[in-house]
Design a protein. Structure first.
Length: 365
């Protein structure tokens, strides 16, 4: 009797739903979720450090476009260059068939962050440090998308957590019935560990402000050194990689690993800063600040007009001060026992003062 090793039979349908001939896949949903989580984290960084709300709004535009374009162009140039050079229109028309490269996404994001930093007058290193935190969890989510697609898996294994990707033509042709390494899960777990370390360094140790560049360097090493070693147990993504000592993913990871080492060395050797304590604004105050930034300048004046004249802040207007001065002078000149008519005149003066105050309001000018 031959005992078969334990394994996981993976028969997951990658299509969430279809609209006519258009398939909405979990892979695309994972990309969208990763981008939204990244934008949410960046919004938290902006609020925590007291920056204008427009900063977090613009990163969504720059970061999203740069990441998606870089990922698509990276796949076309790194993994199937001649095909896309001979038919360049398929870069767009073939988007539905898949093809997104993480190294291309990284390059695109670096360019997008440079433009974002110039647009918002922020130090480039400030943006790099903070974007690396959500990159970890975003990379893990995208690797789950690869798992749903039954792609980018590893070599055969007898480990009990091996997967049988029965929907993959590559697995059926080269490995069936043997199980293979679920390298998507391996990478996702390593990226989550990197994300946890970066969160601890940012929120608990405030390392982004004390040692600029270190977060960026640790994120690069945690992401691409993981990719470099896991590539050893992966199958080749493209036929031209067969026989290479290092595959395309490893060659592309080396510059990022070296850059990460340099950034850590740079952050440790330069004088550290002693930042002021971070005092996050209350949520109600942040919402009010964001609302005021979006409203026209005259909105506050119109709101002030709706308040009673005696409760508005600021100095009395010149007309109102004159009316009250006249009222005080007339009262001093009159005898102690005033008549009803004089009292009635005093009421008129008070009303005149209120009207004069309202005339200074932009709404009643």
């Amino acid at each position: 009797m031959i005992l078969q090793p334990l394994s996981v039979v993976w028969n997951f349908d990658p299509v969430l739903f279809s609209i006519g001939s258009l398939d909405i896949r979990y892979y695309g949903l994972m990309w969208a979720l990763a981008i939204l989580i990244g934008a949410k984290f960046f919004d938290n960084f902006v609020n925590r450090e007291g920056l204008p709300a427009k900063v977090s709004e613009s990163i969504f535009i720059y970061g999203t476009l740069a990441t998606i374009l870089g990922a698509r162009l990276g796949h076309c140039l790194f993994y199937d260059t001649m095909e896309y050079l001979s038919k360049p229109w398929t870069i767009i028309t073939g988007f539905r068939d898949g093809g997104m490269a993480s190294h291309g996404a990284a390059i695109g994001l670096l360019i997008g962050l440079w433009l974002f930093s110039r647009r918002n007058k922020l130090p480039y290193i400030w943006s790099l440090d903070r974007i690396m935190i959500p990159v970890g969890i975003g990379g893990a989510i995208v690797r789950l998308g690869n798992l749903f697609n039954s792609e980018i898996f590893g070599q055969a294994t007898t480990l009990p957590w091996g997967f049988e990707f029965v929907r993959s033509h590559k697995w059926v042709a080269e490995f069936a019935p043997a199980a293979v390494h679920p390298t998507q899960i391996y990478e996702a777990l390593c990226y989550l560990a990197t994300f946890g370390i970066l969160c601890w360094l940012y929120y608990r140790r405030d390392i982004a402000r004390r040692r600029p560049g270190i977060l960026f360097g640790i994120g690069l090493i945690g992401t691409f050194l993981t990719r470099f070693f896991i590539e050893y147990i992966k199958t080749e993504q493209e036929p031209f990689e067969v026989g290479w000592a290092l595959d395309m993913g490893q060659w592309l990871s080396i510059p990022f690993i070296l850059l990460g080492i340099y950034m850590i060395w740079r952050g440790l050797t330069r004088p550290g800063a002693v930042p002021e304590p971070v005092v996050p604004a209350p949520k109600a105050q942040r919402l009010k600040r964001r609302k005021n930034e979006r409203e026209p300048d005259g909105r506050a004046d119109r709101q002030a007009c709706r308040q009673p004249a005696g409760r508005r802040r600021g100095d009395f207007s010149a007309r109102r001060r004159l009316a009250l001065h006249r009222a005080a002078g007339s009262q001093a000149a009159q005898p102690a026992n005033r008549t009803a008519a004089e009292s009635h005149g005093g009421l008129h003066l008070a009303a005149a003062g209120r009207v004069a105050g309202r005339r200074d309001c932009p709404r009643h000018a």
